[in-house]
Design a protein around this ligand. Structure first.
Ligand SMILES: [Zn+2]
Length: 172
């Protein structure tokens, strides 16, 4: 696949192709990165309030099972920065983590970062009242199979020390 494709109006993308970069735009919504190092497949999902209610992260995991034979307990899931309480009344980040664990994902990581808490670093649709940019979440698989240790290391790099808590110290 050499050309760029746009898929407007969809919540997520999955592939088992190497060297295909998945990308989604997010501002306050969570980007959910899903990696299957065993079957070699990836998924990238946009899960905000509505998408989380609909369980889109879980739907992507289910689709990866159907299409690629992915087993939930093999998956590594990483949730990116998104808006969280007390800046937002709904704790959809916690719901996303619960949804993934409920399906049997053991390795669920969370950036633990609230986009509205760090306006200098992240765009926040809500904090900036809609007049803001978007962040681009990207995920790709190289043709060389990553060793599991490398994969965990990369995940650790994207994960700040702080695990998710419903009240981030930076939030007032
Ligand atoms: Zn906040």
């Amino acid at each position: 696949m050499e050309t760029d494709h746009r898929f407007p109006g969809c919540d997520g993308l999955i592939t088992n192709q190497s060297n295909v970069t998945l990308g989604i735009y997010v501002a306050d919504c969570g980007a959910v990165y899903i990696v299957d190092p065993v079957r070699r497949a990836i998924g990238l999902v946009h899960s905000g309030k509505k998408g989380t209610e609909q369980g889109v992260a879980g739907q992507a995991i289910e689709l990866m099972r159907e299409r690629f034979g992915s087993v939930a307990s093999d998956l590594v899931v990483q949730l990116g920065p998104c808006i969280r309480p007390p800046h937002y009344e709904i704790d959809f980040a916690a719901q996303i983590l619960r949804q993934c664990r409920a399906l049997g994902v053991k390795e669920v990581h969370d950036a633990g970062t609230c986009t509205a808490c760090e306006p200098a670093r992240y765009y926040s649709y809500r904090a900036e009242k809609g007049r803001t940019g978007r962040m681009l979440a990207l995920l790709a698989m190289t043709s060389e199979a990553p060793r599991r240790e490398q994969l965990l290391y990369q995940t650790a790099l994207t994960e700040p020390q702080q695990r998710y808590s419903s009240r981030s110290p930076a939030c007032r």
